[in-house]
Write a protein that binds this ligand. Structure first.
Ligand SMILES: Nc1ncnc2c1ncn2[C@@H]1O[C@H](COP(=O)(O)OP(=O)(O)O)[C@@H](O)[C@H]1O
Ligand SMILES: [Mg+2]
Length: 353
């Protein structure tokens, strides 16, 4: 079976009003597996929407190719590509009924009325809006409108669905509910989803793989846990989750921190950065080799299941730690010792500037 989507070395440059040029896509390659949910994650302006628009055909590439379901579509106009997009602002027709919104593209394509009615019914059922077809879109809640937009995008049986920050307009509870629904829907349909977000938590919970994008380039692509635990560069480490990034000096055998302590590391001599996730730090000395950080407690925030603590560590500066509640409550200003097992250390071959 061909891949639902293959992007080959995509390049896109825009002219700016000032007469300069701006590189929005700088050599993006990506291949989707069958029925895969891939998230494009990155800060505003990194090229996420541009990449989606070149897949859907609303934007043409300067160089590179887009292959959907085994067929090159690079030269095809948007309406001839077997994809559809769900946008952040759903772009629904407020003066039309739900059913007509969902069936609109089929109507334009001149499909048979009965066929449209059946398909619209199926789609409304799929997104949990069965029976609401006669309502006006303006009479629906935000979450319901989001479902209508989904149903509409799926009505034409796309081989691939693109979703450009579709949940950003929803409040937090509804958003989490819709995250689960979307994920379940994608499994049920078995088609590829490319989902765009700038919300790292959303990306981590929903995706089969995440592609972290910055400056029009994929920084790293992989399973959420791989990106979180073994980021290849500082950008990915910092963008996904909370991180302590500590400079280390390598001598070929030992990696040494600024406070003098070291751990075994057989990488070539040079400079690198140690990534320590806050949850890797704990109060108990682990068995086996460990790093030890002592200092003064700065802030303590109680979140219910844990304490977020900052430690002013000697010679290292501020470290952030996540300590389970249940352990003795740390007091700001008190001395504290924290440990990180050597097994949980991850080095990044890059130095913070
Ligand atoms: N039509 C356009 N003309 C000029 N610049 C554009 C155009 N579309 C996007 N850009 C620029 O390209 C970059 C990437 O934009 P975009 O893909 O919308 O980012 P994102 O969706 O990640 O926020 C931004 O710097 C944006 O200003
Ligand atoms: Mg965007």
């Amino acid at each position: 079976m061909p891949a639902p989507l293959e992007i080959i070395d995509a390049h896109k440059t825009f002219r700016t009003p000032e007469g300069g040029t701006l590189t929005a896509l700088d050599g993006v390659s990506l291949k989707l597996a069958a029925a895969e949910f891939v998230t494009l994650l990155g800060p505003s302006g990194c090229g996420k929407t541009t990449l989606l628009r070149t897949i859907s055909g609303f934007e043409t590439l300067d160089a590179g190719d887009i292959v959907i379901d085994g067929a090159a579509v690079t030269q095809l106009p948007a309406h001839r590509r077997p994809v559809n997009t769900v946008f952040q602002r759903y772009a629904l027709f407020g003066h039309m009924s739900v059913a007509r919104n969902v069936g609109y593209a089929l109507e334009i394509a001149g499909r048979d009325k009965r066929e449209i009615r059946t398909r619209v019914g199926e789609m409304l059922e799929l997104v949990g809006l069965a029976g609401l077809g006669k309502r006006m879109v303006s009479q629906l809640s935000g979450g319901q409108q989001q479902r209508v937009a989904l149903a509409r995008a799926l009505a034409g049986k796309p081989k691939l669905l693109l979703l450009d920050e579709p949940l950003s307009a929803l409040d937090k509870n509804l958003r989490q509910k819709m995250q689960q629904e979307l994920k379940a829907l994608q499994r049920e349909l078995g088609i590829g989803f490319i989902f765009v977000t700038h919300d790292q938590e959303e990306a981590l919970t929903m995706s089969d793989r995440i592609a972290v994008l910055a400056h029009g380039r994929i920084q790293q692509i992989g399973a959420p846990s791989a990106l979180y635990q073994t980021p290849v560069n500082l950008f990915t480490a910092d963008f996904l989750g909370e991180s302590n990034l500590l400079p280390v000096t390598l001598d070929g055998q030992v990696a040494r921190l600024a406070d003098g302590q070291g751990f075994a590391c057989d990488r070539p001599a040079g400079q690198a950065t140690l990534l320590l996730r806050p949850e890797a730090l704990g109060l108990a000395r682990p068995e086996g080799p460990a790093l030890r950080f002592s200092g003064t407690i700065g802030e303590v925030y109680y979140t219910g299941k844990d304490h977020q603590v900052t430690l002013q560590a000697e010679a290292l500066g501020t470290l952030r730690a996540l300590l389970r509640t249940g352990s003795p409550l740390p007091e700001p200003g008190a001395g504290l010792e924290l440990f990180a097992p050597a097994t949980g250390l991850h080095l990044i071959d890059e130095v913070a500037s």
